[in-house]
Design a protein around this ligand. Structure first.
Ligand code: NAD
Ligand code: UDP
Ligand code: UDP
Length: 321
């Protein structure tokens, strides 16, 4: 089986490639323009005969032969996708169109890495796939939110018009080793600040919520979704919801009780709450996250400190609060 992973040298893509290569013995072509990813994330596969790395921008057409397309190429953190918003729109729209065209020509199955951001600043909680969202089409997050909504629309039209087998993962906040140190996402910021003994930068009063999924759990969900026959969008995320202030407290308690918090303005259109309803993933994929936030953060810190990543003693089932 030949797999194309776009955005494969990024955070999630490189973990996906690890599983495809190590567990499935697959042939993998990683396509990336290195806008936010790095060659170092896949360096350990460069000499492997089943692995190929191509520097390419998905907004340009690409002609290769594959059986599966995992379309992850897109900057994911707010500071990265807002740094060049027009490029973000082109990646989501033209890039997704090209990769759908490629999948169509090859008769390949296509998985889109969509996002919880399609729900915008949600007015219901938890968010199920039936929720249509509360998205600003003019704000600073729109390049990403609306870009991903259009990417989903394209995927479903390729299914309806051309019969393409598409899978759509709506990924909620995911964290783990290999997140870019400069991505400005809350878990990265807090952990790097904690390791440098700097105050943790809480935006707003910290009462906004998120639900954080460890990357290994997320990759397991992506693999299950690709293999499934599920033709509807599927939420993939950890349903344990916490406030940003609680995340800061947890990191202070766990890693460095001397740390303080500094408050900064809340970014424009920052969603107030986010928590996935994962019933569909549970019923249709038999999937559920297993790694607790405590274990996941410990593994991420261990990886950053260059130690072996500690396996969880006993995988805990996430508790829905
Ligand atoms: P990332 O920034 O680490 O990885 C994205 C990769 O795509 C990078 O390697 C980047 O260089 C590459 N890329 C960007 N534009 C490209 C282009 N035009 N052509 C080729 N390559 C390009 O981000 P990530 O966290 O690994 O996210 C991967 C995917 O998952 C993205 O599509 C993102 O929208 C989605 N997602 C991630 C999260 C999360 O919490 N990490 C949540 C929701 C959705
Ligand atoms: N495309 C691509 N690689 C392929 C096949 C298509 O990059 O192997 C691009 C193609 O350049 C076009 C897009 O995918 O921009 C959609 O292609 P499709 O054949 O579905 O439609 P059309 O070419 O008629 O627009
Ligand atoms: N956030 C924060 N401090 C930081 C970075 C982010 O308080 O240093 C907040 C941010 O305002 C948001 C939440 O943490 O409410 C999650 O932000 P992130 O950028 O990680 O992801 P997203 O907003 O895309 O969910």
């Amino acid at each position: 089986m030949r797999h194309l992973v776009t955005g494969g040298s990024g955070f999630i893509g490189s973990h996906l490639i690890d599983h495809l290569m190590a567990d499935l013995n697959a042939q993998v072509i990683c396509v990336d323009n290195f806008q936010t990813g790095s060659k170092g994330n896949v360096a350990h596969w460069l000499e492997h005969p089943h692995f190929e790395l191509i520097r390419h921008d998905v907004t340009e057409p690409l002609r290769i032969e594959v059986d599966r397309v995992w379309h992850l190429a897109c900057p994911a953190s707010p500071i990265h996708y807002q740094a060049n918003p027009i490029s973000t729109i082109k990646t989501n729209v033209l890039g997704t169109l090209n990769m759908l065209g490629l999948a169509r020509r090859c008769g390949a199955r296509f998985l889109l890495a969509s996002t919880s951001e399609v729900y915008g600043d949600p007015l219901v909680s938890p968010q199920s796939e039936a929720y249509l969202g509360n998205v600003s089409c003019t704000g600073p997050r729109a390049c990403y939110d609306e870009g991903k909504r259009m990417a989903e629309t394209l995927a479903f039209e390729y299914h309806r018009v051309h019969g393409l087998k598409v899978r759509v993962a709506r990924i909620f906040n995911t964290y783990g080793p290999r997140m870019a140190a400069n991505d400005g996402r809350v878990v990265t910021s807090f952990i790097h600040q904690a390791l440098r003994s700097e105050p943790l930068t809480v935006y707003g009063d910290g009462s906004q919520t998120r639900s954080f999924c460890y990357v290994d759990d997320l990759v397991a969900g992506l693999l299950a979704l690709m293999d499934s026959s599920c033709l509807r969008p599927v939420n993939l995320g950890n349903p344990v919801e916490i406030t940003v202030a609680e995340l800061a407290e947890h990191i202070i308690d766990r890693f460095n009780p001397q740390l303080t918090v500094s408050h900064h303005p809340l970014p424009v259109d920052d969603p107030r709450q986010r928590r996935p309803d994962i019933s569909r993933a549970q019923h249709e994929l038999g999937w559920m996250p297993k790694v607790s936030l405590e274990d996941g953060l410990a593994r991420m810190v261990a990886a950053l400190q260059g130690q072996d990543v500690m396996p969880a003693v006993e995988p805990e089932m996430a508790v829905v609060t």
